[in-house]
Write a new protein. Structure first.
Length: 339
């Protein structure tokens, strides 16, 4: 039934969710391909030390842990393509030829670069597992892009040590913002946290810790207007939401933690997405399209961690296997009840 160029499962994304899905897929005997994505690197590579992943009590650098995942998957003979997924389309088949209930038998993924039709590549698979992750949401203000890597950061554990004994600013009011503010307070001179609302959204325990830290100052009901500097960041302009007055604050670094943007743009119109553009999945990681599963940070979920991404990937691969078995008529027949 299978042709040489048709995969059982094609995984889009090579972070913890995608690589775990590939691991389980390959170990289940499925013909598996991973599309890593040239422009979307896993968020875990920005983490200097992951201390809550089982088996590494002393912590491990995110890049090192991801490399271990890659080595294990590659050892099973799984190819990892460094190409971007541009689009996905369904290839239909008649029901009498073995098509699914909705007529979809195969999925075709277009790989390559935007505006480069000469070097496009097409890969076909019975199932897809979307694990494209998410990227940090940007402020979209003047100076943000200019000073990326020169004072503007989205990872305190990566860049925080560069600001030892200096004053920095954190933007956001959720768990990530307060966790990073507490981390930065350990070695910076002062941390100013700015949040656009009158109340923080972080968990109570994090709020208590941050409020009790004498090195953390809070400015609520305010937002950033501009990031200034010469070669590096030297100050920011903020606006009070209540009075509309502006104020300039000197700072050496701006750390932005205002949420994630799922990498799902190429799937709009194909899958059901949440208002934040995350993929809607059920407890089996099934999406709204038959034969497409999703895992990790690109899905609508309450906790985005390496360990939860791995769990999502394992479930998605298992469900893809069941889907293939049912497609080929290899699913287990119903058992007769005990007499």
């Amino acid at each position: 039934m299978k042709e040489k160029n048709i995969f059982d499962v094609l995984v889009i994304g090579a972070g913890p969710a995608g690589l775990t899905a590939a691991l389980y897929g390959a170990r289940s005997g499925m013909k598996t391909l991973v599309v890593a994505g040239e422009n979307n690197s896993s968020q875990m590579t920005l983490t200097d030390s992951i201390e809550n992943y089982p088996g590494f009590p002393e912590g491990i650098a995110g890049y090192d842990l991801l490399e271990k995942f890659q080595q294990q998957v590659s050892s099973l003979g799984v190819e990892i393509l460094q190409r971007d997924a541009l689009s996905v389309r369904a290839l239909s088949a008649r029901a009498e030829d073995g098509g699914n209930d909705d007529g979809v038998r195969l999925w075709e993924v277009t790989l390559g670069e935007q505006d480069d039709d000469e070097h496009l590549e097409y890969q076909t698979s019975h199932t897809l597992i979307i694990a494209t992750g998410a990227m940090w949401r940007r402020l979209g203000i003047e100076g943000e892009e200019k000073f990326l890597g020169r004072g503007v950061s989205f990872c305190a554990t990566c860049d925080g040590p560069l600001y030892r004994n200096k004053e920095v600013l954190v933007v956001g009011g959720g768990d990530a913002a307060l966790q990073e503010a507490l981390f930065l307070a350990d070695f910076t001179k002062k941390v100013t946290l700015i949040h656009r609302r009158s109340r923080l959204r972080a968990s109570d325990i994090l709020q208590q810790r941050a409020l009790a830290n004498p090195k953390i100052e809070f400015i609520l009901n305010a937002r950033l207007l501009k990031i200034k500097g010469d070669k590096t960041v030297s100050s920011v302009t903020i606006k009070d939401n209540l009075s509309s007055k502006t104020m300039e604050i000197p700072t050496s670094g701006v750390f932005v933690f205002i949420g994630f943007v799922p990498n799902t743009g190429f799937l709009e119109g194909l899958l059901e997405l949440s208002p934040s553009k995350a993929i809607i999945v059920d407890e089996r990681m099934r999406t709204s399209a038959s034969g497409i599963f999703a895992a990790g940070d690109c899905t609508e979920k309450s906790l985005r961690q390496v360990v939860t991404a791995c769990g999502d990937g394992a479930i998605a691969a298992q469900q893809a296997q069941h889907f293939i078995e049912e497609l080929e008529g290899r699913d287990y027949p119903p058992r007769e009840p005990f007499q």
